[in-house]
Structure formats: C-alpha cells, structure tokens
Design a protein around this ligand. Structure first.
Ligand code: ZN
Length: 174
C-alpha cells in the first residue's frame, strides 16, 4: 500500500502542485476529523481535541492554497496519489480496525506516517520541479507539514503503550 512516489515526477508546474496541495489538505482534514471521532469512542478526549485542531490547521492550509488557486483551472489528479496511506507496519494490525478499535498510539502513527508522506511529496516537488514558483510554494507547504510531523511526533512520545507486537517506531520506511 505504501507507494514510493514516482508520480511526483509528474508534478512540475504550479497548477498541478496546487491541485495536489488542495487534495492533500482536504484528505488530511477529513482523516483527522475521523480520527477525532475514534478518539471520542476510545475515551481519549485530549487526543480527540488534538486531532480536531490538526483538522482545523489543515483547513487553514486549504484556504491558503485556495487563495493561490484564484481563478486558475486545476488539472485532474488521481485519488490514490493523495489519499492517506496505511504504513505497511500498521496495515495488518490496524487498517481494518480504523473504524472499530483505533488506539491512540495507532492513530498517531497513522497521522505521523501521512504527515511525513506529505512532507516527502512537497520536498520531491522542490527537488524536481523546473518551475521556480512551484518550488517556492512547495517548499512553504513542506515546511508547514513538517510542523505537523513534529507536533504528532511529540504526542506520540506521550503514548508509550505498546498496541502492537511489532516494533513500530519507524513505520515509514520510504
Ligand atoms: Zn498536515
């Protein structure tokens, strides 16, 4: 399920970048709200609160991106290229459990992996785009998503309980 990101090669210009950025922010906001509901169920109000804040942060990014989009017409993109991924390490234990028994640590690991994926995506654009404006926007987005990585990581440190038999300290091995 965890794809390396060859498709990033296709993201060169500003409109393609913005199309992905919008999709990534919308997806992240939706998934965070979903995780927040799971944490309500799990009776973890602190974490539910964190995820609602993260959803709000992603929505703020979205309006920022929408301002950049303005009247530009965005190209079509493919869902599998921006939908949240379940890291392989979490897949067997957690993927089917998303709607049933997502534990706090598992939820945080899922969020972390996908925030890291977003950072990697935007960094690839910075590294590979020939369009300087696209590179500039992508590097800003990468920096913002990296803040999310740090937030989620710091919360993960608070949830030490081992939900899984395997060591999942490094769920993303891209
Ligand atoms: Zn984010």
């Amino acid at each position: 399920m965890t794809e390396s990101l060859p498709k990033v090669l296709l993201v060169n210009g500003v409109t393609m970048l913005l199309a992905y950025a919008r999709a990534i922010e919308i997806e992240a906001a939706e998934r965070y709200l979903e995780l927040a509901e799971q944490m309500d169920v799990h009776n973890s109000p602190e974490l539910a609160n964190l995820f609602r804040k993260m959803a709000a942060a992603e929505q703020m990014h979205l309006s920022k991106v929408d301002n950049l989009v303005g009247t530009l017409k965005l190209p079509e993109i493919l869902p599998w290229q921006y939908k949240w991924d379940t890291p392989e390490a979490l897949e067997t234990t957690a993927y089917d459990a998303i709607h049933y028994q997502m534990t706090p640590r598992c939820a945080l690991q899922l969020a972390l992996a996908n925030e890291e994926r977003a950072v990697a995506f935007f960094n690839e654009v910075v590294a590979q785009s020939s369009d300087s404006e696209a590179r500039r926007i992508a590097s800003e987005l990468a920096a913002e998503e990296y803040l999310h990585v740090e937030i989620v990581r710091s919360w993960l440190d608070r949830f030490h309980e081992s939900d899984f038999k395997e060591d999942l300290d490094n769920p993303v091995s891209q």
